[in-house]
Design a protein around this ligand. Structure first.
Ligand code: UD2
Ligand code: MN
Length: 371
């Protein structure tokens, strides 16, 4: 009798344990599928396919996916094969980004001796999306920043620039896109005209609020030099190694600068008529002061930069007219600028770490005969 009772009790205990196991298993399954669907965002990915068809660059890019002909053809510069990531994200409310980003490290060690490849930079920056875009995942940035680089035949410099800048901008919690404005052909280089084109073209991509114009060979040495726009036009590169970490003269505005849309339009953009090296930065400085604005600058201990050493490029010889031209900014800025800009876009290609826009910009007008 007692044996029988003992058997029954044991049977009940076994059943209860089995039931508990089943319930536990069910709970585990529910939790597993919940986490899985959040992590891979399955549903928003399906929405994304449709969005990319309406994206402005979707129509501009080459129809058959052939490789670009205007940039170096090495495998370093192959267009992105990542799936289009410009899908409508699941809207999660995030707080505004803090004024002083918490993850900054201050002074940085910048060197150009280690070998650099785009594959390495891509591996180091998995969060950068197609075309060189990034949006902080955990906060909403106040401004959307387009970084515009005037460019021709400087792929060696570009790799270092991307290697250093992507992580810096990410730490600064900047919502940004990187745009290379690549001058097609071998006619005289025209930095300021390329920057005007950059301004016009990036606005076809998205509603940018702030435009930062950077030489491809300039790397900030301190991540507290925040790449966004300010109340007044900003000059970022104020203390360069090549000038002994000092501002070379009070009206210097070269290297890296940033303007909001309103500030840029107030000065009618940049001059288009400076062909070859020099003068265009001083003309821009004149435009700013002549229009009642002041240049704002970071602290000299923070605005430090390294420039990758280089020779003067071919077809970018010093412009002998530059001294005359900068005397005439007051008159020339009204007719020469964003209101007179003419060019032709040859190609827009989104690479994993940047967007390349190759443009034909013409050539300098023939010099009037002397005498
Ligand atoms: C100085 C200024 C620069 C500009 C220039 C005069 C500094 C650090 N920078 O630069 O802002 O005012 O004088 O025009 O003082 N580029 C190419 N391919 C070329 C030529 C130029 O990509 O064939 C681009 C590239 O982004 C380069 C920039 O134009 O960084 C300026 O040209 P540079 O580096 O030859 O002139 P640099 O260093 O004297
Ligand atoms: Mn340079």
């Amino acid at each position: 009798m007692t044996r029988l009772m003992l058997g029954r009790t044991l049977e009940r205990i076994c059943k209860a344990v089995l039931l508990l196991c089943l319930v536990h298993f069910l709970i585990m399954m529910i939790l597993y599928f919940d986490v899985y669907s959040q992590r891979f965002d399955i549903f928003s990915r399906f929405n994304g396919r449709n969005f990319s068809r309406t994206h402005p660059y979707y129509n501009l890019s080459r129809p058959n996916g052939t490789f670009p002909t205007y940039l170096p053809a090495g495998d370093h510069f192959l267009p992105s094969t990542k799936p289009e990531t410009n899908y409508t994200p699941t809207i999660k409310p995030v707080p505004p980004c803090p004024e002083v980003p918490p993850g900054l490290v201050g002074r940085l060690l910048i060197e150009f001796s280690s070998a650099m490849t785009l594959e390495r930079v891509q591996k180091e920056n998995p969060d950068v999306t197609n075309g060189g875009k990034y949006t902080p995942p955990d906060c909403k940035a106040k401004q959307k920043v387009a970084i515009i680089i005037p460019y021709r035949h400087r792929d060696h410099h570009l790799k270092y620039w991307l290697h250093y800048l992507h992580p810096i901008l990410r730490r600064q919690k900047i919502d940004y896109g990187i745009f290379i404005i690549n001058q097609y052909g071998e006619d005289t280089f025209n930095r300021a005209k390329l920057l005007n084109i950059g301004y016009t073209e990036v606005l076809k991509d998205a509603e940018y609020d702030c435009f930062i114009f950077s030489d491809v060979d300039l790397i900030p040495m301190d991540d507290r030099n925040l790449y966004h726009c300010y109340d007044q036009p900003r000059h970022f590169a104020i203390a360069m190694d090549k000038f002994g970490f000092r501002l070379p003269y009070a009206g210097y505005f070269g290297g890296v600068s940033g303007l909001t849309k309103v500030q840029f339009l107030k000065i009618n953009g940049f001059p288009n008529e400076y062909w070859g090296w020099g003068g265009e930065d001083d003309d821009i400085y004149n435009r700013i002061t002549l229009n009642g604005m002041k240049v704002s600058r970071p602290d000299v201990r923070i605005g430090r930069y390294r420039m990758i050493k280089h020779e003067r490029d071919k077809h970018n010889e010093p412009n002998p007219q530059r001294f005359n031209k900068i005397q005439n900014t007051k008159a020339s800025m009204k007719r020469d600028g964003i209101n007179s800009l003419q060019y032709r876009v040859l190609e827009v290609t989104k690479y994993p770490l940047f967007t390349n826009i190759t443009v034909e910009i013409g050539k300098p007008p023939p010099r009037p005969p002397r005498g």
